[in-house]
Design a protein around this ligand. Structure first.
Ligand code: SF4
Length: 469
């Protein structure tokens, strides 16, 4: 039998789709070339923005209609499935199953029922409804993988729906995270991104029988049972586990994990201990994502971000002085209710002052159920779009000038794939996430490897490069 996934939203959703896909592959299913040829379509939805919900609804409607014409199972999962489950079931009665955020334990039963042609209404329900981390989110044949380390958020930024659909923060156990790194190392994964809505909230209480050798490597020595580990400890422990895997891989002349990233990191929670841990562990990429959202204290307060512009700038300076060669990326939200031209200027001036290497920029849209949705002084759509355009224009010019300054230098590049547009070209990216193109002189066997490359020229936001080692 065959499956097809349509995934919307963030990296966490992509990781969750990959883990559900693993379940199917382990049961003997294969990926269909297109949705229209598959026996099962899984739509993994996102609620963070209205546009993502609208797109998912239109795809659900499309497959719901197909069910009249052919044998097809349709399963909807993700944040929207959690948020409006009853509405989905009422509007699309032929949907086979809507799986909420805390019902991942039902997937085995659902897939078994589809295989047996049984009524999905009788698929087994899980005994309890907590969030379940998958054993692995690795997708066969890829060099990059996500590793979720926590789920949910307790911050309640006033514009954000995440705490309502993903629930309160829950941390993944330490041994499970380290074990997943073993799986990734065995499969030759080169780049890993640790995921969580706020990775700095990860916690683990050491248990008496914990037989994790890396615990001895913590700066203060092996912690006693009952002590609580936090994200900086996890950084050290993962780096040790990866170093062990690298020793084994090097002896066997195999490639292994070379870069680790993490996202997202709430600025109010990024500690000096984390800066020190990152500085000690070069396997963690020198690009830190630090979502500022806005440059005006008035708007930051309305957003309930719980830091000021001054706090943020002070953190930037500590990160820069603590981690040599680090670059910063960010998220910027424009058009929050009540935002004035002066507020926007504060954002633009903060962007100039920090000089972010890259940014994800978007404009505010109210999400029903959040505090900001009921705020007065909404900004008109055309004003939001015009302000966002100014923010994007400024960031593009900052990014371009930072990238121009790197032309002629040598950087490590992970070669990812053959270009779809030109099979003679290979594509890759740097530690700072910049796109790189190699010409026909580079052999395809470089795909999946780290290479040292001279960044020869820049077109748009893509380097052309040549391998020098
Ligand atoms: S930190 Fe704020 S923006 Fe991020 S997931 Fe939590 S509530 Fe949403």
């Amino acid at each position: 039998m065959t499956f097809f996934f349509e995934t919307y939203g963030c990296q966490m959703n992509q990781a969750e789709s990959s883990s559900v896909e693993r379940l199917l592959v382990e049961r003997g299913w294969a990926e269909a070339p297109t949705a229209d040829e598959s026996d099962l379509v899984v739509i993994n939805t996102c609620s963070v923005r209205a546009t993502a919900e609208t797109r998912a609804l239109s795809r659900i409607s499309h497959f719901h209609a197909q069910k009249k014409r052919r044998k097809l199972a349709v399963v909807v999962m993700g944040c929207m499935a959690e948020r409006i489950r009853d509405g989905l079931e009422a509007r699309f009665p032929r949907l086979d199953r809507v799986v909420g955020m805390f019902e991942r334990g039902t997937f085995e039963g659902i897939f078994r029922a589809i295989e047996e042609g049984a009524d999905l209404g009788h698929a087994e329900e899980p005994a309890s409804g907590g969030y379940l981390f998958a054993a692995s989110s690795y997708r066969e044949g890829t060099f990059q993988s996500y590793v979720p380390i926590m789920n949910g958020c307790d911050n309640f930024c006033s514009y954000c729906i995440v705490p309502y659909v993903r629930g309160r923060e829950v941390s993944r156990p330490l041994a499970d995270i380290l074990d997943e790194f073993d799986v990734l190392a065995e499969n030759g994964v080169r780049e890993v991104t640790l995921l969580g809505q706020n990775v700095n909230s990860w916690r683990y209480v050491v248990r008496p029988g914990d037989a994790i050798p890396e615990l001895d490597a913590l700066p203060g020595g092996r912690p006693v049972a009952g002590s609580t580990l936090s994200f900086p400890d996890l950084v050290t422990l993962i780096a040790r586990r990866v170093a062990t895997a690298r020793r084994i891989a090097t002896a066997q002349r195999l490639a292994t994990v070379g870069w680790i990233r993490f996202m997202s990191s709430h600025p109010k929670d990024l500690s000096d201990a984390l800066i020190a841990a990152l500085a000690r562990e070069p396997v963690f990429c020198r690009l830190v994502h630090l979502p500022v959202q806005h440059g005006s204290n008035r708007i930051l307060e309305g957003m309930n971000r719980r830091y000021t512009r001054e706090d943020y700038l002070s953190l930037v300076s500590r990160v820069r002085s603590g981690i040599s060669g680090v670059a910063l990326s960010t998220d910027i939200l424009v058009g929050f209710p009540g935002e004035t031209e002066e507020d926007l200027e504060e954002t633009l001036s903060l962007m100039r002052e920090v000089g972010f290497h890259s940014a994800y920029m978007y404009h505010y849209n109210p999400r029903e159920g959040t505090k900001a949705a009921s705020l007065p002084n909404r900004i008109a759509d055309e004003v939001k779009k015009e302000r966002l355009a100014r923010v994007i224009k400024l960031q593009h010019s900052i990014t371009a000038s930072r990238m121009r300054a790197r032309v002629g230098s040598v950087a490590t590049v992970l070669v990812e794939s053959v270009s779809r547009n030109d099979p003679d070209e290979l594509l890759g990216h740097t530690e700072l996430g910049e796109m790189v193109v190699f010409g026909r002189e580079v052999d395809r066997s470089a795909v999946g490897n780290f290479v040292e490359a001279e960044l020869v020229s820049l077109r748009g936001r893509t380097f052309r490069a040549r391998i020098v080692g």
